[in-house]
Write a protein that binds this ligand. Structure first.
Ligand SMILES: Nc1nc2c(ncn2[C@@H]2O[C@H](COP(=O)(O)OP(=O)(O)O)[C@@H](O)[C@H]2O)c(=O)[nH]1
Ligand SMILES: [Mg+2]
Length: 310
């Protein structure tokens, strides 16, 4: 597939996820224009800045875009499309990242550990990942490492049954590191391709719970040197800007390798992906766009910027 078609396909896939953010941008920006175009004056730039900030992209990024619009169009009458093109071009640069969906292990199971605060979408994202790997013909094993709540084990067990994948569980209250250990061990023994370990939700400020994550990480590495190959941090897009400090805290405490931005479909604050990209030093690998196993899309910076204005 050519690059153009690939971006087009990714754009279509992402567009339902950014529906709410897109609607906000479209309606509010359109309101700034008349059919005969619009004079780009300071008032216009100020109003445009306010619209951009509403998406939670942050002041710095919005100001950068406004500078582009100012330097290109100030004092001229322009059409909306011209302005949107300038916004898109800058957004693409702001979001740019290496294309690395998932780092796989060529000599054995790829181990993925999933972390984040309570309710961010970890367990659901694991089901989505499992579904995605299954579609690729891969054998998946899940580890119910959230031993904190009985309901959490149950939830993942239901997903495992529905998807037809194996799951390793332990009674509530048991050591999550031992669940992780047994999951990876089983994956190695059974020649599974992918093994995904769930963890209980926690705050980046809870030192002992963050230490527990490091322990799980270490234990996984003992069963399989080099593992985990990915530590995915699940962020809730509806949290908006406060999610940034969460992400920073998590990446400092455990070595996260990528972000899944869940619940993008539920918010008009999809612009939050900009400060996430710029301030948290790890790539956004996937975005969650619904509650079903199919509702996980690969993040692509070009496609994302296109989808916002499609
Ligand atoms: N709309 C929407 N809901 C989601 C998405 N991801 C998760 N959820 C919902 O968010 C809630 C919490 O998800 P869960 O996976 O249990 O979070 P966890 O506590 O981090 O494991 C559930 O009701 C999920 O169905 C998403 O991408 N979009
Ligand atoms: Mg959970």
């Amino acid at each position: 597939m050519g690059l153009f078609n690939k971006i087009k396909q990714l754009t279509q896939a992402l567009s339902r996820g950014v529906e709410k953010t897109k609607r906000l941008l479209k309606t509010d920006i359109r309101d700034l224009f008349k059919t005969e175009g619009r004079l780009v004056d300071e008032q216009f730039l100020e109003d445009l800045l306010a619209v951009l900030i509403k998406t939670d992209m942050g002041y710095a990024a919005a100001e950068e875009i406004i500078e582009d619009v100012r330097s290109q169009f100030r004092g001229r009458v322009v059409q909306m499309e011209q302005v949107l093109d300038v916004i898109k071009a800058r957004l693409k640069q702001q979001l740019k990242q290496e294309e690395v969906p998932i780092r796989t292990n060529p000599d054995g199971p790829t181990v993925i550990m999933v972390v984040g605060v309570n309710g961010s979408g970890k367990t659901t994202s694991i089901a989505k990942l499992a579904y995605r790997f299954q579609q690729e013909g891969k054998k998946v094993i899940l580890g119910a490492g959230d031993t904190f709540r009985a309901a959490a084990v149950e939830q993942l067990t239901i997903w495992a049954k529905r998807l037809g994948v194996e799951i390793v569980t332990a009674p509530m209250g048991s050591d999550p590191a031992s669940v992780a250990y047994r999951t990876v061990e089983k994956a190695v023994q059974e020649g599974a391709d992918v093994c995904i370990v769930d963890t209980a939700g926690r705050l980046q400020t809870q030192k002992s719970l963050m230490d527990e994550l490091s322990k799980i990480h270490r234990v996984i590495g003992k069963v399989l040197p080099g593992a985990p190959h990915e530590v995915l941090l699940v962020l809730d897009a509806t949290t908006g800007q406060p999610g940034i400090s969460q992400a920073k805290g998590f990446t400092q405490a455990v070595q996260c390798t990528g972000i899944i931005l869940a619940k993008l479909d539920g918010t008009a604050k999809g612009g939050v992906i900009v400060p996430i990209r710029q301030q948290v030093g790890i790539p956004v690998k996937f975005v969650g766009v619904g509650e079903k196993p199919q509702d996980l899309e690969v993040f692509d910076s070009e496609a994302f910027a296109e989808a916002l204005f499609a």
